[in-house]
Write a protein of this length. Sequence first.
Length: 256
Amino acid sequence: MKFTTEQILDLYREQAAKHGDGGTSTIQDIRTRVLEIEALAAHLSDGEKVLEVGCGNGFVAEELVKLFSIDLDAFDFSPDMIEIAQKRKIENAKGHVSYAVNDVLKLDADGLYDTVLSERCIQNLVSWDDQKVALENIVRALKPGGQYVMLESFWTGLNNLNEARGELDLEEIPESWHNLFFDEDKTIAEMERLGCSYVDQNPFLSGYYFGSRVLLPALMPKGKKVTSNSRLNDYFSALPPAGDFCPMKIVRFRKN
């Protein structure tokens, strides 16, 4: 086993203490967070009943109910994160959000939701077997015709990114220690087995990652450290998402 559930809880306890209710919790590059919210919002509509699996400190959920008149249930496995989320004072919300501690492996909902979102959550489960249980529970929670917006990390994008880096003699970027990235074909096959059709995918971070993880380190003067705070990343984050050069992307499914 690459990591344990206890290590994940410890990690997010540390994240909660360090970042509080900020948008940098679990993702230190705020540009990535902004792009994630924009990408998720593209798949929501007013009037929907929505579930967010792995909501962290509630930052994304707060932004979504400001944008849409939705009824949003949001949960996370980390009590420390939910404690922060439940203290949020959301002003000018169009929709409503409720936060709770829950475990996607024990999710017990039957046909309740128009849309289920996950955002870098299912990749924190310790095995493919656990991930399959999570996917099955998510599918069961969807109404017939409902959609699963799966914002998780896939090997396809990381392999493409590292191939591009290799051409410039840059070191490979490894899979994060606390993640199990998804095999794209295997995931699509599993979702089809569970009664869902593959709809489309959006590698919305591809341009930004190609700029910030390939071009920036290649351009940086020798010996100078590359950081996400680089002013150049303001430009790279506005690049169109050409290709598939980031492990994180949205893969979308619809329940038959």
